[in-house]
Design a protein. Sequence first.
Length: 135
Amino acid sequence: EKYFQVPRNTKNAYNAFFYFSIQENTPLRKSITIIESDESCCSYLHLLTYNNNNKLISNNVVAGSGGDGGWGLKAYGKFNSSSIYEYTSIEEETTRDDPDTVEAEIDSVIVKFKVDKNLNFKKISEQKFKYKKLY
């Protein structure tokens, strides 16, 4: 709790947060990742960055996964360079499930972020895709 340093959404009072890993630990800056477990469906990986006074200076969701019923989420990202982060989110929902056919609607979003020296993310582009898939 001490290191998350952001107000919690009261609608999600039962979310749990777990330390995951140290990404950077220097006298000027510290970055860690934590997992937020949303009891309704999903888990999200946050990248938290602190200044030399241990004050939170950025909080970004960099990955996630989960699902419920016929709906699922996969989200992941990568640094294309030290200043560009690309985040992909894919949601799949089963719309038809009978003995002969399973059909799903898939929504994908690819977002590119410009990353500053404090690891703050600023959206610079977004592409959305929607299609149906038969199994």
